[in-house]
Ligand binder design. Sequence first.
Ligand code: PLP
Length: 401
Amino acid sequence: MKINKNFLDLEASYLFSTVGRKAREFIAAHPDADVIKLSIGDVTRPLCPAVIDAMHKAVDEMADEKTFRGYPPDYGYDFILDAILQHDYIGRGISLQKDEIFLSDGAKSDCGNIGDIFSVDNTVAICDPVYPVYIDTNIMNGRGKNIIIMPCGEETGFLPELPSDTARVADIIYLCFPNNPTGAVASKAYLKKWVDYANAHHSLILFDSAYEAFITEPDIPRSIYEIEGAKTCAIELRSFSKTAGFTGVRCGYTVVPHDLVFEGTELNALWSRRQSTKFNGVSYITQRAAEAVYSAEGQKQIQENLSYYRENARLIYEGVTAAGFKAFGGKNSPYVWMKIPEGFTSWSFFDELLEKCQVVGTPGSGFGKKGEGYLRLTGFGNRERTLEALERIKKYFASRL
Ligand code: PLP
């Protein structure tokens, strides 16, 4: 028996465990300290009432022989696929077909699993800093040596630059907007350049729009398919996690248009074969919960939670800016990407913030080399605690920066 040696090429991911350990050690050494976590990348508001009602009703259906449901369809029940199609696409002027949408248990699985349908020989362009799943899953699949890192620093507004004419062609390009961790968003004109690049080189864009629900400005695209030409070069990954608080419920979907044809084969056919073989569908209760997100009450109620997080992010941006820091994001995004002062590394500033303000952030270097010099703060926490953290930051740093 031989193991998949690609796994040995993975770098151990200590980021969140180290953040947690350091916070715990600090609390153990300072039992009276009131530590506030602005590091949290998970939602904290409860599911909205429309979703809860739908789940209760679905549970009751499962208790009755006449309405009980067994295995769900591999790609999702019609009721949820219709709701997604209508609300997220057709209602926004994007024409797609129902069999181009694949329901799943979340975007993390999909962005990892999608690699199954591509050859290991492809080059893969990935941003730095980045959501680590893109890199790790490509290493697991044997494409580790083919990763092209795209630096995303302040000088380019945290957006990756397109490869030059002489650079290696990127066969697969991962893009995520609004971005985790930088909070950067992409304009239509910018995304059009990538779509044109991908179509010209017959490359594929994997567009992660897990945070699209945070977009408030009408000109910022929420879907890659708002860009002309995207259907021949892009797969879109979406999630109910941040949109509707489903991080613990688990539901997302992936769009694979029929127009994506590579080497004479539709990617839609490969993905549907992959999913029907390795995935047995999303639970009926979860699908009814997701359907409720699209009801009139559901839409109103999720907006209340989203507004709460958005306002937290705005307050964080304003608060740290008022304290003298340079910051990015916090608009159309739950994330604020704070530049740390000269003389600190991401980790030494993490320690300073914990020590002096009892506030926990996430060191930017944990998201890639280009994240060094930054700290990620998030709007997913409690409002009063967020305000309290900002008061402490202002009080301590305003006179020092
Ligand atoms: N994509 C990005 C950029 C994320 O930040 C996350 C979660 O934090 C995900 C995908 C995963 O989402 P899900 O909960 O749907 O698996």
